[in-house]
Design a protein around this ligand. Structure first.
Ligand SMILES: N[C@@H](CCC(=O)N[C@@H](CS)C(=O)NCC(=O)O)C(=O)O
Length: 201
């Protein structure tokens, strides 16, 4: 069976889990404790030279790394990724945008809050919030035109962008100022296979 190396609170890993559940792909979770450094061991480094999660181990033992690359691998051949190269590029553009312009700015204020560093890191958090909010504005505009990131149907892009936007409130973002984004979060949560970051909580 496919294995997903994740951690309990990793948003990047949540992306992959959400997609696998939506597609009905069976997998086994291997949940690491990052605080113990279990992603820095020689064994894990052999699975991912970048020493990060998520990592997917396929049934033949091959490893996939980087959440966007993993999402694209599993979306291949499904309705979540267009076969037309131009439409496909529009979908993958969102995944690149998330990695370059959103993820760090949304994730780090949350990480600092979770690790009790909000006060010590107040200046950097203020900077991240400013950049992150500017990067959310194009999404608010996009959802004024269509219900999903790529037109009127969910695509793999929605799976790539949902987790850190949903989790951003834990880092102090006020999502209420983005009504169209909030509507999309609600639509996403109604997709088949949806499960919260920590199931049962
Ligand atoms: N660009 C990577 C980022 C992965 C990443 O930052 N993972 C975090 C957990 S969400 C991690 O493993 N952090 C441990 C570390 O960097 O030491 C992806 O999208 O997969």
């Amino acid at each position: 069976m496919i294995k997903l190396y994740d951690s309990r609170l990793s948003g990047n890993s949540w992306k992959v889990r959400l997609l696998l559940r939506h597609l009905g792909v069976p997998f086994q979770r291997k949940t690491l404790n990052l605080a113990e450094g279990s992603h820095k061991t020689p064994d894990f480094t052999a699975r991912n030279r970048f020493q990060r999660i998520p990592v997917v181990e396929l049934e033949d033992g091959c490893h996939l790394t980087e959440s966007a690359a993993i999402l694209l691998y599993f979306a291949e051949g499904t309705s979540l990724i267009p076969s037309d190269p131009v439409e496909r590029a529009k979908v993958t553009a969102w995944l690149f945008y998330e990695q370059a312009d959103l993820m760090r700015f949304l994730a780090f204020p949350r990480f600092y809050a979770m690790t009790g560093q909000s006060e010590a890191k107040a200046d950097v958090i203020a900077h991240y919030r400013e950049v992150g909010e500017a990067a959310l504005a194009p999404l608010e505009r996009a959802f004024g035109e269509h219900g999903w990131l790529h037109g009127d149907m969910p695509s793999v892009a929605d799976f790539g962008l949902y987790p850190y936007i949903r989790l951003s409130a834990e880092g102090g973002y006020d999502l209420a100022q983005w009504p169209a984004i909030c509507g999309w979060l609600t639509r996403f949560e109604a997709l088949s296979g949806y499960e919260p970051l920590v199931p049962g909580v």
